[in-house]
Design a protein around this ligand. Structure first.
Ligand code: G
Ligand code: G
Ligand code: NA
Ligand code: MN
Length: 247
C-alpha cells in the first residue's frame, strides 16, 4: 500500500507533530494537563488525522517507533511548560504488544528530565484485555507515572477493570456527556463520579462542547473537564520549527 511506504518515510523524515488539548479544572478552568494528539503533516495530503494512520502503524509494527517518538516529544515539550501542567499520552493495546513500553517511558523521562508524576498515560479498556496488562501497569506505577482509564464506559466490563487495576484518573467517555441532558445518563455520570471518589481517582469529563454540558458535569461532581468548549487540539505556541528526528 502506498500509505505504508509513506508512513515509513514519514518516520525517517520527521513528518509527525503533536497537537495539545487542554484539560482544565471544573472549578476555575485552570489548565492542569494537556493531552497530546498526534498528527501527520503529509507532504501532499496535508494534515492527516490519527484515525487514518494509527491503525496502519499498529498493523505494520511501526507503532513501536512512532509511539516512542510521541513519548519523547511529549515529555520534552512538557518539561518546558512553566505552569507545571501534566502531559497525557495515549497508549494503544497494539503499541504494548509491539514494543517495550517501559523502556520507552523510562528513556523519555530520563532524556527530558520531566518528573514522572507529570506524565499520564491514557489507556483504554481494550489494552487491559492483554495478558500482561497487570504486570505492565504495576511496572509503570513503579516508575511513578500516572495511569488514566480513557473512554470509560464504552468497553465490555468497565467495572471489573476498576476492581482489578488501580487508576489515577478515570475519563468518562464523551458519548455520556453528549447525552447528559437525559436524566438517566446524568445519574450514571453521578454514580461514576462517586466510584472515582471512593477509589481516590481524578474524574475527567471528555467532549464538553456547550455551557449546558459544562454546568451539568459540574453539578454531577466532575473535577476536571476537557472538550472543544475549553480548547481544541492545537500545536504548541512557539513550537520549534526544528524537527526532532525519529530514530
Ligand atoms: O485527535 P483525534 O480526535 O483525531 O484522535 C482520534 C483517535 O486517535 C483517538 O482515539 C486518539 O486516542 C487516537 N490518538 C491520537 N493521538 C494518539 C497517539 O499519540 N497515540 C495513540 N496510540 N493514539 C492516538
Ligand atoms: O479516544 P480519545 O479520548 O483519546 O479521543 C480524543 C479525541 O477526542 C481527540 O481526537 C479530540 O479531537 C476529540 N475531542 C476532544 N474534545 C472533543 C469535543 O469536545 N467534541 C468532540 N466531538 N470530540 C472531541
Ligand atoms: Na485519550
Ligand atoms: Mn478518551
Amino acid at each position: 500500500r502506498g500509505l505504508e511506504l509513506d508512513l515509513r518515510l514519514a518516520l525517517q523524515r520527521g513528518e509527525f507533530e503533536l497537537h495539545y488539548q487542554p484539560i482544565v479544572t471544573a472549578a476555575e478552568r485552570r489548565v492542569v494537563c494537556r493531552e497530546a494528539l498526534v498528527r501527520w503533516r503529509h507532504p501532499t495530503r496535508g494534515l492527516v488525522p490519527p484515525a487514518a494512520f494509527i491503525p496502519l502503524a499498529e498493523e505494520t509494527g511501526l507503532i513501536e517507533r512512532l509511539g516512542a517518538w510521541i513519548l519523547r516529544r511529549a515529555c520534552r515539550d512538557a518539561a518546558a511548560w512553566t505552569d507545571g501542567a501534566r502531559v497525557a499520552v495515549n497508549v494503544s493495546a497494539a503499541q504494548v504488544r509491539h514494543g517495550p513500553l517501559i523502556a520507552a517511558v523510562q528513556s523519555a523521562l530520563r532524556e527530558s528530565g520531566l518528573a514522572a508524576e507529570r506524565l499520564e498515560l491514557e489507556i483504554t479498556e481494550s489494552l487491559l484485555i492483554e495478558g500482561e496488562a497487570a504486570d505492565l501497569l504495576l511496572a509503570l506505577r513503579r516508575l511513578g507515572v500516572r495511569i488514566a482509564l480513557d473512554d470509560f464506559g464504552t468497553g465490555y466490563s468497565s467495572l471489573s477493570y476498576l476492581r482489578r487495576f488501580s487508576f489515577d484518573a478515570i475519563k468518562i467517555d464523551r458519548s455520556f456527556i453528549a447525552d447528559i441532558a437525559d436524566p438517566d445518563t446524568a445519574a450514571i455520570v453521578r454514580a461514576v463520579v462517586g466510584i472515582a471518589a471512593q477509589l481516590g481517582a481524578t474524574i475527567t469529563a471528555e467532549g464538553i462542547e456547550t455551557e449546558d454540558q459544562f454546568a451539568a458535569v459540574r453539578r454531577e461532581g466532575c473535577t476536571e473537564v476537557q472538550g472543544y468548549l475549553f480548547g481544541r487540539p492545537v500545536p504548541l505556541e512557539g513550537a520549534p520549527a526544528e524537527e526532532m528526528r525519529i530514530e
